[in-house]
Design a protein around this ligand. Structure first.
Ligand code: NAP
Length: 274
């Protein structure tokens, strides 16, 4: 089965659209002119327009100081009309991403990267969960793919994907293995995975010889090969052997954005409950 993230994301966005009965505003900060980041921000704005969330996009030069960026974050933190704040990553090297994340109001932290939200997720009482891993959980739930007791291997240990993904899979009772660039004999591990999630960022990194027959393959990677978008998983080689697979594009990417819309609604609910 092809896990159609585009289709499921459309359902989620329609649900969000129906649910919104107040003016919500998402503030997105884009620093510098990284092309991929510009595309992600544009797609988030399109989703906001669709569901009826107002978006404010702040495009700042790569040369901005950390203090000036933090000043904008403080201003957005204190503005009652701003529901959610998202700082598009990566940031230029002279800016400490951790400090910026630390300073986003945890109740407006729709990306779930503030340490308070990361801690809550770790302790099993999450508020905001990072959009990509939560989007993957939503996709698996939509297709009724069971997780309980399954071997789940995640390749990648980033703060935005690999680590929160591992926590969500653990919470769903999977037996979780996290691999990274120092992992030895990767294929021996990936071949045991009932659910294999790749978040590496290397085109066609996973081929059919590396997967278990009947596995569910979730491809987080966004790569370009000869100008064409592709994932970490060699779709053509794996599609017959896998039971389920996400395509790139049209798999995890749209789910990430739809989940961001859900997180904006959650932000509004949490702030009203204060
Ligand atoms: P990242 O921070 O660069 O992490 C990549 C991970 O891959 C690291 O943990 C790295 O290990 C591991 N890795 C690198 N080479 C490896 C190898 N040969 N064997 C095993 N592991 C290896 O990237 P990220 O932010 O998690 O993103 C990963 C990919 O997903 C990128 O293509 C990104 O564009 C994409 N992405 C997509 C979405 C979406 O919505 N679809 C969202 C976020 C990211 P070390 O830790 O040891 O370096």
């Amino acid at each position: 089965m092809i896990l159609n993230g585009k289709e499921v994301a459309a359902i989620i966005k329609d649900n969000v659209k129906e649910k919104i009965n107040l003016q919500l505003t998402l503030a997105v900060i884009l620093v510098g002119d990284d092309n991929a980041s510009k595309i992600y921000v544009r797609n988030k704005k399109i989703a906001c327009d669709y569901v009826g969330i107002k978006s404010l996009v702040y495009e700042l030069p790569a040369s901005i100081t950390q203090n000036d960026l933090l000043e904008l974050v403080y201003e957005l933190n204190s503005r009652p009309d701003v529901t959610g704040i998202l700082v598009q990553l990566p940031l230029p090297k002279h800016i400490d991403e951790a400090i910026v994340m630390e300073n986003i109001n945890p109740l407006k932290d729709v990306d779930g990267f503030n340490p308070q939200n990361v801690g809550a997720l770790t302790l099993g009482a999450p508020k905001f969960i990072p959009c990509t891993p939560l989007g993957i959980m939503n996709l698996l739930a939509h297709y009724k793919i069971s997780i309980d007791g399954k071997n789940c291997t995640i390749i990648g240990r980033s703060n935005d994907v690999g680590k929160p993904m591992a926590l969500l899979m653990l919470a769903a009772n999977a037996t979780v293995t996290v691999c990274h660039s120092h992992t030895k004999n990767l294929t021996d591990i990936t071949k045991t995975a009932d659910i294999l999630i790749s978040a590496v960022g290397k085109a066609k990194f996973i081929n059919a010889d590396m997967i278990k027959s009947g596995a569910t393959l979730i491809d987080v990677g966004i790569n370009r090969e000869s100008g064409k978008l592709c994932g970490d998983i060699d779709f053509d080689s794996c599609v017959e052997k896998a039971a389920n697979i996400t395509p790139v594009p049209g798999g995890v990417g749209p789910m990430t954005i739809a989940t961001l819309m859900q997180n904006c609604v959650l932000a509004s609910e949490l702030q009203r409950a204060q």
